[in-house]
Write a protein that binds this ligand. Structure first.
Ligand SMILES: Cc1ncc(COP(=O)(O)O)c(C=O)c1O
Length: 339
């Protein structure tokens, strides 16, 4: 086991879950949630900060500022605390509470915007707020994960080669998309090394990444209300879209086997499973990427009241009745654990 002195020095890069018992398909899930930021975003955050340091953009009195729905904000909070920078995260009302509390615990400031921008939705509102901050004080440094090539370079340098080392015969790679940093870094690496790997992007219904009209999305991390500037579709073999209710069902199915993953992992696993239902051939080696773990979603996708209020009943398994005749949900409500 390594001994570290800075929190971004550790990242578990070689852990996979064999999903065959849970999905009925040969499918390996690369777990990216085992580091001190709890998500794949630690790699993009480290690459962007260290590149800005090398280029002289970040100096001792800089204040980092970034728009994030949670995970990049947590990752930047970890790095900023360790390196001694101040960090302001601009997020919106969909950011999960746990991520926000983590950022604050790490010493960051969190600005939450709640009024949608007329054209750009909540993301537009976040970006407008960020531009105002940067215009008012030139100590602010905006790393801009949506446009910064160091976002995808992190995955070109680390995520893709790690997968290729473990699965030299990889056939298909399923990658959830937000900024598309993970997708573009991996896709570019496999193309540059002439590996015949099918790159399948997995997006949420309601996301505008692949040209569909934007709609309601409640699971943070995955999807975007505009086309991501980093995306180059010529690297993508196929894009699969997943209903959020299906993503939640996939999360809960994995949790029943003791694997508590985040919402975007449910999306990727659901998308990969339905793709494999249609295309699986014997001997195929598919890998999917799990960006984070489930603790940040306990009060949303693992909370039955939240799910019931937003989705059709079929996103949830039937409530389990306990010995006293009440359901878990009723007990939580009477204990004041639920709204
Ligand atoms: C949980 C989660 N899933 C998926 C993604 C999408 O990754 P990318 O921005 O590299 O497309 C993110 C990005 O923040 C995330 O936090």
């Amino acid at each position: 086991m390594p001994v570290i002195s800075v929190p971004y020095a550790f990242n578990e890069e070689d852990l996979y879950v064999d999903l065959e018992p849970m999905t009925g398909h040969r499918l390996f899930l690369k777990c990216e949630g085992f580091n001190f930021a709890g998500s794949i975003k630690l790699k993009a955050a480290t690459e962007m900060v260290e590149s800005a340091e090398r280029n002289g953009i970040l100096t001792r009195d800089s204040i980092l500022v970034e728009s994030s729905s949670g995970n990049l904000g947590v990752a930047l909070s970890v790095i900023a605390a360790s390196k001694g920078y101040r960090f302001v995260c601009v997020t919106d009302s969909r950011c999960n509470l746990a991520a926000r509390l983590m950022m604050e615990a790490l010493g960051s400031q969190v600005h939450v915007v709640s009024d949608e921008h007329a054209a750009g939705g909540l993301l537009g509102a976040r970006l407008a707020h960020l531009r105002e901050l940067c215009a008012a004080d030139d100590r602010y440094v905006w790393l801009s994960q949506y446009t910064n090539p160091d976002n995808w370079r992190a995955h070109y340098g680390r995520t893709a080669p790690a997968i290729a080392r473990r699965f030299p015969q990889l056939d298909v790679l399923f990658i959830g998309v937000g900024t598309t940093g993970t997708l573009m870094g991996c896709a570019r690496w496999f193309r540059a090394w002439h590996r015949p790997v099918r790159i399948i992007a997995v997006d949420s219904v309601g996301s505008a990444i692949f040209g569909h009209p934007p709609g309601r999305r409640m699971i943070p991390g995955l999807g975007m209300s505009v086309r991501p500037p980093l995306l180059d579709e010529s690297y993508v073999d196929e894009a699969v879209r997943v209903e959020e209710a299906d993503a939640i069902r996939a999360c809960r199915h994995l949790a029943e086997r003791g694997f508590l993953f985040g919402g975007s992992t449910g999306t990727v696993v659901s998308g990969a499973t339905s793709w494999l239902d249609r295309h699986a051939t014997p001997g195929l080696t598919p890998v999917a990427i799990a960006p984070d773990l489930g603790e940040r979603y306990l009060d949303t996708i693992y909370q039955s009241n939240w799910v019931e209020a937003l989705y059709d009943d079929d996103a949830l398994p039937p409530p389990v009745e306990r010995d006293d005749g009440r359901t878990d949900r009723e007990e939580h409500a009477s204990d004041g654990l639920l709204p």
